[in-house]
Design a protein around this ligand. Structure first.
Ligand SMILES: Nc1ncnc2c1ncn2[C@@H]1O[C@H](COP(=O)(O)OP(=O)(O)O)[C@@H](O)[C@H]1O
Ligand SMILES: [Mg+2]
Length: 326
């Protein structure tokens, strides 16, 4: 299952992603956590100290390796140079799985021990101004998109992406890559306006979107969110002393998280698992191709000097059966 946490800066994306990752790890589920947020804090929120967090390998610095691994022997992609962030897999491509060792994880993922289990953490690396453009060839999130587009994940495996709801993810189609997107919103007009914008994009592509209210303090906050987002409000989280203690560098055992917040995490988990029956690999593949052709036309063909539409393998559908020879 692929899950995104999006929202306004400061709303609590990283906090809630990290709590959800901790919750999943405590259930024994295999988890890959990916930090694709502009401010790279997921490692710290998972308990890494400054030296450990800054020592994490950046996905953005291993794009060449990632592309070479993923294109495998796919004859439609003869070189990493013509592989852009939206290039879809086809016959001969190598696919990724949550539970395996592979060269991408070896180069870019690091184990993080949490109460109850160990997860894999991957980070895009810090963003610069140049990364925030709409059609950026070297975009930091490109590596994440490539990985998601080559990932075959099952119902009891989780990839959690802490992500910026920026124009980049709309242009490239990254926002369509998830079984469920949690939009983290504080009970404020600004918090809700990000929801409205996301919902607009989401509607056209059948993106499953649920709002998680954060820093919700009382009935008035709850009423506000209910009134503004209606049925899309899944659950709310209040101020957490557990989170505050963690931020002071004194993380309590995860079992000590407040009951109400633990319940909220279980509700997220249930909602995620409930989307699996709706998993539609052919649609997932079609959307991947749609955004690839769009990016090819708008900048990719010109930038690479190749006709990138030719990278699309018309007979290929990503899915559990799409085992490409490695
Ligand atoms: N439920 C919460 N309880 C206590 N502090 C919180 C909570 N949610 C977020 N915070 C704090 O608010 C700040 C911003 O949260 P963060 O997760 O970094 O936001 P984002 O990733 O959306 O920019 C952090 O200092 C975080 O610890
Ligand atoms: Mg963040």
């Amino acid at each position: 299952m692929k899950i995104a946490f999006v929202g306004k800066g400061g709303s609590g994306k990283t906090t809630l992603s990290s709590l959800f990752v901790r919750h999943l790890a405590a259930t024994g589920a295999p988890v890959v956590a990916i930090d694709a947020d502009i401010n790279q804090h997921l490692g710290a929120a998972l308990g890494l100290d400054e030296a450990e967090a800054s020592g994490l390998p950046a996905l953005g610095e291993h794009l060449g390796l990632i592309k070479d691994h993923l294109r495998g022997t796919n004859p439609r992609i003869p070189s990493a140079q013509t592989m852009i962030k939206t290039t879809p897999p086809g016959a001969g491509s190598r696919l990724l799985r949550v539970r395996e060792e592979n060269p991408v994880y070896a180069a870019c993922a690091r184990p993080v021990e949490l109460d109850g289990g160990t997860v894999r953490l991957m980070v895009t690396g810090p963003f610069t101004d140049a990364d925030l453009g709409v059609a950026c060839y070297h975009s930091k999130t490109g590596a994440v998109e490539l990985c998601l587009n080559h990932l075959v994940d099952g119902p009891d495996e989780y990839v959690v992406v802490d992500m910026t709801a920026g124009s980049d993810s709309f242009a490239s189609g990254m926002f369509t890559r998830f079984d469920l997107t949690f939009l983290v919103a504080e009970p404020t007009r600004k918090g809700v306006s990000v929801y409205r914008q996301y919902k607009e994009y989401a509607r056209d592509f059948g993106v499953a979107l649920k709002v998680v209210g954060n820093k919700v303090q009382g009935q008035d906050d709850l009423d506000f969110l209910r009134e503004q987002v209606g049925e899309d409000l899944l659950v709310t989280v209040g101020h957490s002393d557990w989170v505050r203690a963690m931020e002071k560098g004194r993380p309590p055992r995860f079992e000590l998280l407040e009951d109400a917040n633990a319940r909220a995490l279980r509700a997220l988990h249930t909602a995620v698992d409930g989307t699996y029956p709706l998993r539609d690999w052919p649609r997932y593949t079609r959307q991947m191709v749609h955004f690839h052709l769009k990016n090819a036309r708008s900048w990719g063909n010109e930038r690479t000097g190749a006709d990138l539409a030719a990278q699309v393998d018309p007979g290929f559908v990503l899915g559990e059966e799409a085992t490409a020879p490695a």
